[in-house]
Ligand binder design. Structure first.
Ligand SMILES: N[C@@H](CCC(=O)N[C@@H](CS)C(=O)NCC(=O)O)C(=O)O
Length: 212
């Protein structure tokens, strides 16, 4: 398996966590999102992912894109340990949690959105950071409420699931942009529990081969 990713990509990190929890090896193909205008925007990479985004996962002669779809593919292909456990209702809750992060928070704070705010719309750095913090806080509010219903220590109980794979990178990202997360104690506690796991600790951006 080949994972096209960038060490700081949140979506790529989700997939790294799923691979690590399932004990699956992969070869990294680094795609630098900043160098030379962004390697993900080059015609060569468009052959791998026409959307020009990371991650992409190449398995034999197929390439899968979109982190949630990739993680579901891994779950179906390598069912143990399950990252989407429980009955249909429980699995719907886990998927909804994943989407609360991957579809509601992350798209508003992605590199190309932040670049557009500054480069095309002429906003300054301070406005960009205010935008970033606003959407993190708007998004983490409901996420915190969802976690309050659960026992922990992970998002949905005693074992990490796809929900945790989505949460950890988003928290890292928020901290990187100095967003105050003190209103979200559950989010922080679950993140800490995840990072205590050896498998997840090994997936942090600074430990990746392409880290800078
Ligand atoms: N919904 C996609 C999001 C993929 C995505 O936006 N990846 C980011 C890195 S986290 C990217 O490639 N950004 C490049 C850009 O915004 O120009 C997924 O979950 O895979």
């Amino acid at each position: 398996m080949k994972l096209y990713s960038y060490f700081r990509s949140s979506a790529g990190w989700r997939v790294r966590i799923a691979l690590a929890l399932k004990g699956l090896d992969f070869d990294l193909v680094p795609v630098h999102l900043l160098r030379d205008g962004g390697e993900h925007l080059k015609p060569d990479y468009a052959k791998t992912n026409p959307q020009g985004l990371v991650p992409a996962l190449e398995v034999d002669d197929k390439v899968f894109t979109q982190s949630l779809a990739i993680m579901e593919y891994l779950e179906e292909t390598y069912p143990e340990p399950s990252l989407l456990p429980g009955d249909a209702a429980r699995r719907a809750e886990i998927r909804a949690f994943c989407q609360a992060i991957a579809c509601e928070i992350h798209p508003l704070n992605n590199l190309r959105i932040l670049k557009y705010l500054v480069r095309d719309l002429g906003h300054d750095e301070e406005t960009k950071l205010a935008w970033y913090a606003h959407w993190i806080r708007e998004g983490f509010g409901p996420v915190e409420r969802l976690l309050e219903r659960e026992e922990g220590p992970y998002c949905f109980g005693a074992q990490p699931t796809l929900a945790d794979a989505c949460l950890v990178p988003q928290v890292f990202n928020a901290e990187r942009f100095n967003v105050d997360l003190s209103d979200f104690p559950k989010v922080r506690a679950v993140n800490a529990a995840c990072l205590d796991l050896e498998a997840i600790a090994a997936t942090v951006p600074s430990l990746q081969p392409d880290a800078e």
